[in-house]
Design a binder for this molecule. Structure first.
Ligand code: ATP
Length: 233
């Protein structure tokens, strides 16, 4: 059974329709890549799933429950987390950023989980009282990941984890994702960087707010249109 299931989802801003009948599934523990160029509608889709944007039509089901009418807060409590492109609050300390990600947990639980995260991200542990804005781009992404992992989500939505990063840091982000996200968390990653396909079980190619293609990693890697647009082949 799918953990997340979208059927014929439409959405947009004001009267401007951006998403045109999206069908998409994510199974428990699965890693799914949402590949698409600038303005394809990837961010809009993630915002509709977390509930920042209303779903105009169609259905969004999570863990067997129709959540399309719920507020973001309710969806977060169900186990969906959203890592935006910016990911962190630069003026808050590293510790404060991580705590924010677990705002609905008890103080003791936040403390316990924070310490575990600092073990996973030792580079952040030494700077826990420094402002997030003092971190390098790569470290900020790591903090963004730690901030969403504290809620131990069933589904993590990530918006362009590679944005603003040099290729070497993109590689690091991928490595960290591979090593820290255990089998329990499903990932839906919006990216225009095809390197993230290496992480994915399956992928969707989004163009002009529509799914143009979907399939396993191998099928997408072998597709001529994907090879031409993303691998330059
Ligand atoms: P990018 O990589 O550039 O973020 P994307 O695939 O995430 O691309 P979206 O951000 O979802 O694309 O944008 C899809 C369309 O929606 C674009 O035409 C964009 O101009 C428009 N759009 C995005 N945000 C808003 C907004 N707040 N108000 C109005 N239109 C918006």
């Amino acid at each position: 059974m799918s953990l997340l299931s979208l059927r014929n989802v439409t959405s947009g801003y004001g009267r401007m329709q951006i998403l045109w009948g999206i069908d998409l599934d994510v199974a428990p523990g699965e890693t799914v890549l949402l590949l698409g160029a600038n303005s394809a509608g990837k961010t809009t889709l993630l915002r509709s799933i977390i509930g920042i944007l209303p779903c105009w039509d169609g259905s969004i089901t999570f863990d067997g429950v129709a959540i399309g009418g719920e507020k973001p807060d309710q969806r977060i409590r169900r186990g969906i987390a959203f890592m935006s492109e910016l990911g962190v609050f630069p003026s808050l300390s590293i510790e404060e950023n991580i705590r924010l990600g677990g705002y609905f947990l008890s103080g003791a639980e936040v403390k316990r989980r924070s310490e575990r995260l600092f073990e996973l991200f030792p580079a952040l542990a030494g700077k826990r009282r420094d402002a997030a804005g003092t971190l390098s781009g790569g470290q900020r992404k790591m903090l963004g990941i730690a901030k969403v992992l504290i809620s131990e989500p069933k589904l993590l939505l990530m918006d362009e984890p590679s944005s603003g990063l040099a290729p070497v840091f993109v590689k690091q982000v991928i490595e960290v994702l591979k090593s820290t996200i255990g089998g329990g968390t499903a990932l839906l990653i919006a990216e225009q960087n095809v390197a993230f396909l290496a992480l994915a079980d399956r992928g969707y190619l989004i163009d002009h707010g529509q799914v143009k293609l979907s399939g396993t990693r191998a099928a997408l890697e072998a597709d001529d249109a994907v090879r031409a647009a993303y691998f330059g082949l």
